[in-house]
Design a protein. Structure first.
Length: 137
C-alpha cells in the first residue's frame, strides 16, 4: 500500500503542511508572549492518550486519535484568545505543535489494527521489520 508513489507523494505534502503548522504555532507563541516553559512542559501531554491502548487496539486508536486531532486545541485556542487567557492559549499552541510534530516525523493518526500502524505508514517495530524490503520515501 505505501509503495504507491501517489501515496508517498501525498504523505510528503502532509509533512510539509505540518512543518508550516509548527512554525505558525511557534510564531504565535512569540507574538502573544506565551510562557515557553509551559509550552515545553505540556508539549508531550497529548501522548497520555496512548493509555487508551490499555482497553485494546480499537479503543486505543479512537482515544489516541481524539487526542491528536486539531479540533480540540483549536477550540481551546479560540476560547483562550476570546477570554484573553494566556495559559489556555499557551496550552493550545503546545498541543497544536505536538500534533503537527507527530506528523512531521511520520506519526500520523493510528489505524485500529495496532498501535504501530498509522495513516502515514508503519512506525516502530513494524517499520523496522519492513525496512529489509526496499521501502523508501
Amino acid at each position: 500500500m505505501f509503495r504507491d508513489i501517489d501515496v508517498l507523494w501525498t504523505v510528503r505534502w502532509i509533512r510539509v503542511d505540518a512543518i508550516a503548522i509548527v512554525a505558525a504555532a511557534l510564531w504565535t507563541m512569540q507574538v502573544t508572549h506565551g510562557s515557553w516553559a509551559w509550552f515545553l512542559g505540556v508539549l508531550l501531554a497529548p501522548d497520555l492518550s496512548m493509555l487508551g491502548y490499555l482497553f485494546g487496539s480499537r479503543a486505543g486508536a479512537a482515544i489516541y486519535n481524539t487526542g491528536h486531532m486539531y479540533l480540540w486545541p483549536l477550540a481551546l485556542l479560540t476560547i483562550g484568545f476570546a477570554s484573553h487567557g494566556p495559559m489556555m492559549t499557551t496550552v493550545a499552541l503546545s498541543w497544536i505543535a505536538h500534533v503537527a510534530l507527530d506528523q512531521v516525523v511520520g506519526y500520523g493518526l493510528k489505524l485500529p489494527s495496532m498501535f504501530e500502524q498509522t495513516l502515514l505508514g508503519p512506525i516502530g517495530r513494524s517499520r523496522r521489520e519492513g525496512s529489509g524490503r526496499s521501502q523508501r520515501m
